[in-house]
Design a protein around this ligand. Structure first.
Ligand code: GLA
Length: 732
């Protein structure tokens, strides 16, 4: 049991591994936040409440006498909030924007009972965390019969808290939601930095850390996609919090469309966090009796710095989000033809790429863009999911037969959400593309987006994609998504409901995933979006791994993979060894460096293998074998980020088995130094008193020695060098 209700003080204690989350129902029935942090006793915490107040405070109607009592302050603005609302004296960021037919925007959402469910239901039509004991707190406005259910789930073994809100119209008239955030959370001071993961194409998820200040710090996307520009994540880190020390609160949203997460410094010294679906360009009509489910947000508290927060997210996402069918299984090691051929291939070329890796341990051949429709470049063909027999003379059959005869699986690229103007689909159904009747559409990569908010459009996509999957022996799919919505408008939808578009797109996308991904349980799915532009937890529910970035340069990847690991486990990051000079940066790095960095994720190769020398082929066989020896650490281990490439000349990832018997440290030096510095590189996460054998040094050390003294890294001469150390516990 993880959820306890203390009747007398009406206090809820949610208890997970090492953490407590507590709030109570106060005198006016408001859900008032008390605490989230290291595990505490189930004590009465009401004595920590704020007392006193200022002139001009808006007192809750009928509560003036209470305000006059010493020690109590009856204003919504002053209550640490679990769900902030507008119009009754709370001037902080509200979680809900409501309007009824009278024009009133006022609601007062107060306690109306609660229940505890043994298992958490998923939000309607959306992905979310699986299982877990769940508290449902019912809040209601007594005048309008507008209601809100707050869901709380805590996992005993990880300590993350999953939250969401469901707004309900229990009245007899339609109401409009102009904002429908998932949660509110309050911290009693503002001594934090705000950490976010901004980026762009080919440099996704950099790390930005700024001081929390008065007013609103906002992380958002208005692209109808979670985007490379900002990941749906925000953390509040104590000023002194570092990689392995200090308090950190992380907020990760399980959502793929436009979103917002806000931290507001308010009341002269508290921090309120709220967010969910982006409310810019959003409104939703709720008919009588209808409910509106919001996406889940995952809160992770750690007193062990950013590293502790990341490990909590990694454990929680591996255990409760990513499809259990894949999460504990070795990943395919792929050869993908994209950077090897781009659009320029025929069946023979593909077969020779596959044949060239025979015997290397690479077990899956993935045919990327260009196999379908009239697709010889990116100007045509999207939407026509029928094989281009001009290019592939024997259809897919011959290529698949060849790949299978080599003992390899076959994978295929799709971009199901898109259409080119030059396609049979567009010619037959121009209105299937998102756009306005009287306005030219923006093109992006010569393509338009299909209107997933419409069922007939989704049906067409499902039929054509599933047909290819059913007619061929396809065991892997790369699902790409290469542009963002413009002219957001859906043909045939009520004008009053056009601002429902961005959320309806998310619901349409999830429906598509249910009907293609979940309906093909034997196919392994990888997500992609011009690289990693839709790398979010909702996509991870369907795709156990996502192409991390189109930038395959090892140096650039140290930064991208470091930033991505803030929230996402290494097993979710698809990483390939590609040719040099690198196609994105022009940089040349060694084969060892490219492999060492690509092997810190779900690894693969993406280059023209027919150009391999015999020595290179032998090298690849060795690399794949080494990867398999350590892949359990990549898939299920604990990550310690030991060197930060955003702040130094080095990158360091230490992967440690859960039982701490086996570990690996990968170090990278950006620029070599002649007569270099004396820097020692510390290990992390080992058992201090255990002896570890380090094969690279043929020496044994205590864990405490490795973690406190460190190792001198034997980088090879030259820039962009890596070195790896392995640690094997002796008699542990
Ligand atoms: C996107 C992907 C690439 C590749 C191309 C194909 O850019 O990120 O990996 O699949 O599309 O067009």
């Amino acid at each position: 049991m993880a959820i306890f209700f203390q009747e007398e003080q009406k206090t809820f204690y949610l208890e997970g591994k090492d953490v407590t989350y507590a709030f109570f129902i106060n005198e006016v029935g408001y859900a008032e936040h008390l605490y989230y942090g290291k595990k505490i006793g189930r004590d009465d915490l009401t004595c920590i409440r704020k007392s006193g107040g200022g002139s001009g405070t808006s007192i809750i109607p009928g509560r003036m006498e209470m305000w006059l009592q010493p020690g109590f302050y009856a204003s919504y603005h002053d209550f640490p909030s679990e769900l902030s609302f507008f119009g009754t004296g709370d001037y902080r960021e509200p979680a809900v924007g409501y309007q009824d037919k009278t024009g009133s925007r006022v609601v007062e959402l107060l306690y109306d009972g609660h229940e505890i469910l043994a298992e958490k239901p998923l939000p309607a039509g959306m992905p979310g965390m699986r299982g877990g004991e769940t508290l449902v707190l019912h809040l209601k406005d007594s005048i309008t019969a507008f209601a809100c259910d707050l869901y709380y789930t805590i996992y005993e073994e990880t300590g993350v808290v999953v939250r969401r809100a469901v707004y309900r119209n229990l009245s007899t008239d339609a109401v409009r939601l102009n904002r429908a955030y998932s949660f509110t959370f309050t911290l009693p001071d503002m001594d934090y930095d705000v950490l976010s993961l901004p980026g762009a194409w080919a440099r996704e998820r950099a790390i930005e850390r700024i001081p929390m200040h008065h007013g609103v710090v906002s992380v958002d996307s208005k692209r109808t996609s979670s985007s490379a520009t900002m990941n749906p994540f925000l953390a509040l880190a104590r000023k002194n919090a570092g990689e392995e020390t200090g308090d950190v609160y992380g907020f990760s949203l399980i959502y793929s469309s436009s979103y917002v997460l806000k931290a507001e410094g308010v009341n002269g010294g508290t921090t309120l966090v709220t967010g969910g679906i982006q409310d810019f360009d959003f409104s939703w009509t709720l008919e009588p009796g209808e409910g509106f489910d919001t996406p889940e947000v995952v809160l992770a508290y750690s007193d062990r710095g950013l590293g502790g927060m990341s490990r909590s997210f990694h454990d929680a996402y591996r255990d409760h989000l990513i499809n259990p069918r894949y999460v504990k299984k070795p990943r395919p090691v792929v050869i993908n033809n994209w950077e090897g051929t781009y659009f320029n291939f025929d069946a023979e070329k593909l077969m020779s790429i596959a044949k060239a890796v025979e015997g290397t341990g690479i077990d899956t051949f993935v045919l990327d863009d260009g196999w379908f429709g009239k697709r010889d470049d990116d100007t045509s063909g999207l939407g026509d999911w029928v094989v281009n027999t001009k290019k592939l003379k024997g259809g897919l059959t011959d290529v698949i037969a060849c790949v299978n005869s080599l003992g390899m699986k076959f994978g295929l690229w799709f971009e199901p959400e898109m259409v080119n103007e030059d396609s049979d689909l567009f010619r037959a159904h121009p209105d299937y593309a998102i756009g306005l009747p009287n306005r030219a559409r923006c093109r992006s990569r010569y393509q338009y987006m299909l209107d997933l908010t419409r069922k007939e459009v989704r049906d067409t996509i499902v039929d054509s994609v599933n047909r290819v999957l059913h007619e061929n022996n396809i065991e892997y799919v790369k699902w790409d998504y290469n542009r963002n919505v413009t002219e957001s408008f859906s043909f045939g939808r009520d004008p009053q409901r056009q601002a429902e578009f961005a959320h309806r797109y998310a619901l349409g996308l999830y429906d598509l995933c249910e009907r293609i991904v979940n309906a093909n349980p034997n196919v392994f799915f990888e997500g992609c979006s011009s690289g990693g532009a839709r790398f979010d937890p909702a996509m991870l529910y369907y795709f156990p791994q996502i192409w991390t970035s189109d930038n395959t340069d090892a140096e650039a990847r140290t930064l991208i993979q470091y930033g991505t690991s803030m929230v996402y486990p290494l097993s979710t990051m698809s990483c390939h060894v590609s040719a040099v000079p690198n196609h994105q940066t022009g940089r040349t790095t060694s084969m060892e460096t490219r492999a060492d960095i690509a092997h810190l994720g779900a690894t693969g190769y993406e280059l023209d293998t027919t150009k391999f020398t015999t020595e290179e082929k032998v090298k690849i066989r060795e690399q794949v074998a080494q990867y398999h020896q350590m892949e359990d650490l990549v898939l299920y281990g604990d990550l310690y980020r030991t060197e930060n490439p955003f702040e130094s000349n080095y990158f360091g990832f230490m992967l440690v088995a859960k039982d701490q018997k086996k570990a690996m440290l990968t170090l990278y030096q950006r620029v070599t130094k002649c007569n270099g510095d004396l820097k020692l590189f510390k290990a992390a996460g080992l058992l201090p008193d255990t002896d570890y054998f380090v094969p690279e040094l043929n020496r044994t050390f205590k864990g405490s020695t490795l973690m406190n003294v460190g190792l001198r890294a034997a980088f090879a001469r030259g820039d962009f060098a890596t070195v790896t150390y392995h640690f094997v516990a002796q008699n542990a």
